[in-house]
Write a protein that binds this ligand. Structure first.
Ligand code: ACM
Length: 259
């Protein structure tokens, strides 16, 4: 299976411009079966206030951004995970959508909100779970979820093979250090799709990466360039949870003794 991540700097507040901006990157990534885009790829990140977030949010069912990505998947027989500023009636969520040629086939709403996001978004209300894609189980997390090992375990215990993590990281290097470790201790693949660029006082840290079940970094982007990473992965490796002939990553746990 081929996975790609598009590291780019979304245009703040302009979903249509982001469609245009993504076209050449998607063209480069089109050989991939699964392409992962950054957090809030339709709207940008650094909002003035909750009203602005609301104005820039979109209902997935009526979003030209989602329509465009679905059209791309149809044409190229691929799937995309994108970060999405999601409106659901009066509520707004910092979401990730799994899209294929039929439209949205999976959704996750960011559970662990970062800094001002707590004033703008509702915390996620959907249990993290994997979605089936051509025999692979695809899970989604968003950015600051990287601090919470429980959520990786929750996806891994449900048989997730690949965790896609749209991000807008600002704390230099920390998630990039943690994510290969989450991949290793759960024996899964993790795609960290970070962004670049600056919005007012925030600079995003790039260094998107694809990590494998041994904790290895299979591919990594630069800190500040917009670029596409593509890597072939063998998902049978994420189904093998043996650490040694006598140690199993999940069966050796002793949950009766800890939280
Ligand atoms: C973040 O969660 N966007 C840092």
């Amino acid at each position: 299976m081929k996975i790609a991540t598009i590291q780019f700097s979304p245009v703040f507040g302009n979903s249509e411009k982001n469609i245009e901006k993504l076209k050449p990157f998607l063209e480069k990534a089109k050989e991939a079966d699964l392409i992962v885009l950054p957090e809030l790829a339709n709207s940008g990140y650094n909002f003035k206030n909750k009203n602005e977030v609301f104005e820039l949010s979109e209902e997935p069912e009526n979003s030209a951004f989602v329509g465009f990505l679905t059209g791309f998947c149809k044409q190229n027989n691929s799937a995309i995970v994108t970060g999405f500023n999601e409106r659901d009636r009066s509520k707004i969520y910092n979401s990730a959508l799994l899209i294929d040629k039929t439209g949205i086939i999976g959704k996750y709403r960011k559970i662990h909100l970062f800094m001002n996001e707590k004033e703008y978004f509702e915390p996620g209300n959907l249990m993290p779970r994997p979605f089936e894609l051509n025999g692979a189980k695809i899970g989604m997390l968003v950015c600051f979820d990287w601090m919470f090992p429980e959520i990786y375990r929750t996806l891994a215990l449900q048989g997730t093979d690949i965790i896609c993590q749209p991000s807008n990281l600002v704390l230099p290097g920390k998630a990039q250090q943690a994510i290969p470790v989450h991949a290793m201790i759960n024996r899964v693949f993790i795609v960290l799709a970070n962004r670049t660029g600056t919005e007012q006082n925030l600079t995003f840290t790039g260094n998107s990466l694809i990590a494998g079940p041994d904790g290895e970094i299979i591919a990594q982007a630069s800190a500040s360039e917009e670029e596409v990473l593509i890597a072939g992965v063998d998902i049978s490796l994420s189904k093998n949870k043996m650490i040694t002939p006598k140690n199993h990553a999940f069966n050796d746990r002793r949950p009766e003794l800890y939280y």
